[in-house]
Design a protein around this ligand. Structure first.
Ligand code: KE4
Length: 431
């Protein structure tokens, strides 16, 4: 049990919320045990309901790259709140965020804000289908792009973690509009386009996979994605909800030189408040209502508090050397994991891109969802439980990535090394 107060809160929560959580992965179902109910968080530290402190690597699943409760972000939200929390009418702040997105992500000269990554992805793919007049969307096995019906097909993240790659409630006719290929698998992509290229509206992919664990893209894969979509008149949709502003100020597309037709953002772009965005050329985006026939809307889209948090977060990420510092911090954690696993004789492959990484309990590289699913998840479970016991809050799934922030200082790393040492000792002792 995590702590008695969290346990009591979980029992109370389960009476009014499915599983006691508002998002399945938070329930710890794939690692066992019970979640920590959070009282507050600051920097790299999470404070549980009983007051116990943890070094946090969930980071709200990516948004908290500056660290929790950054004082300048908090102030930006407070200053916005006293002017009103939502208007349902346009504001100058939304223009400023759209202009900043266009500056930082040149493939998005025009964008539409939403309240989640799921909505951003839904908007982008509806636009792709509307613009091409085609129905088929291609995704990767183990790729996760939020909760749209047609994307919960061989999904990663929560669905895979729960061992149910296909969700109940998805009509067969809807699932049939989605084709699935393994990540990093060029022959499979070529075969699919050879067979169905004329039907394909878009390929959506994570430019660094983060929902099968952290799996970097191979260059041949990136080249094939762009070449085949262009050849067959399909759109390339880059889902940067997780990687946007995480693996570089311009996202993964800047890091790897990807030229997408549409990009989806989320998480960091809202600085911890609900913001998603999708965007691309004006030619494409002006097909979205009210300018064109593709409808998409949202009561709280562009919410002034969320926009304030996002703007301040992106402004702070523009400071000099931010991503060099994040690279150093990420490398430090990777070294700790590799050294302590070796010391305990535990086979481990750490895959990292900047400030996101995953420890895979295997001695082989992980190139796709099948590789990720073949890792020793029982060892991960023992490792995760020992870390929590030792005061480190790691994402409760072997299919997720750990997220670092600028606040993960040497003190956090020292605490992490001690916890990780205990974790690999536990992992080495079979059930
Ligand atoms: P949201 O609707 O949860 O804001 O974004 C969906 C989404 C879209 N695309 C990618 C690449 C994503 O990683 C996500 C959401 N990520 C998960 C964590 N892997 C969110 C955590 C959760 O579901 O609670």
């Amino acid at each position: 049990m995590t702590d008695s107060i969290s346990h009591e809160l979980l029992e109370r929560a389960k009476r009014v919320i499915p599983g006691g959580v508002n998002s399945p992965v938070r329930a710890f179902r794939s690692v066992g045990g019970e979640p920590v109910f959070v009282r507050e968080a600051h920097g790299a530290t999470l404070v549980g309901a009983d007051g116990r402190e943890y070094v946090d690597y969930v980071g709200s699943w990516g948004p908290m790259i500056l660290g929790h409760a950054h004082p300048e972000v908090v102030k930006a939200v407070q200053d916005a709140a006293v002017r009103g929390t939502s208007y349902g009418a346009p504001t100058e702040g939304e223009i400023a965020l759209g202009e900043l997105i266009a500056e930082l992500v040149p493939s998005m000269p025009m964008s539409r804000l939403t309240s989640s990554g799921t909505e951003a992805v839904m908007g982008a793919l509806r636009l792709a289908r509307g613009a091409t007049g085609r129905d088929i969307v291609v995704k990767c096995d183990g790729g996760y792009h939020g909760g749209a019906d047609y994307l919960l097909v061989a999904a990663g993240s929560g669905a895979a973690t729960l061992g149910e790659p296909d969700s109940a409630g998805i009509p067969r006719a809807i699932a049939a509009t989605t084709a699935v290929v393994p990540y990093n698998d060029v022959p499979a992509l070529e075969a699919l386009f050879a067979e169905r290229g004329a039907e394909i509206a878009a390929v959506i992919f994570e430019p660094v996979a983060g929902n099968m664990g952290c799996v970097p893209p191979e260059q041949a894969w990136l080249d094939a994605l762009r070449k085949l979509t262009r050849e067959h008149g399909a759109l390339l949709v880059c889902d940067e909800v997780m990687t946007g502003f995480r693996v570089g100020l311009g996202g993964a597309q800047a890091r790897y030189g990807i030229e997408p037709d549409l990009t989806c953002l989320g998480k960091i772009v809202g600085g911890g408040l609900p913001v998603g965005a999708y965007g691309g050329s004006a030619e494409l985006m002006n097909q979205v209502a009210p300018m064109g026939p593709v409808y998409q809307a949202g009561t709280l889209s562009g919410n002034p508090l969320a926009v304030a948090a996002g703007m301040k977060t992106l402004e702070l990420l523009r400071a000099p050397d931010v991503y060099e510092r994040l690279e150093v911090i990420g490398a430090k954690l990777q070294t700790i994991l590799e050294e302590e696993a070796a010391g305990a004789g535990v086979p481990l492959t750490v895959q990292r891109v900047g400030a996101m990484l995953t420890p895979f309990f295997t001695d082989a590289p992980v190139r796709n969802f099948e590789d990720s699913s073949s890792c020793d998840h029982a060892a991960f479970r023992r490792w995760h439980a020992a870390l929590l016991e030792a005061g480190v809050h790691w994402p409760p799934s072997p299919y997720e990535a750990g997220f670092l922030s600028l606040a993960h200082d040497d003190d956090a790393m020292a605490k992490t090394r001690a916890a990780v040492k205990a974790g690999f000792l536990a992992a080495s002792q079979r059930d």
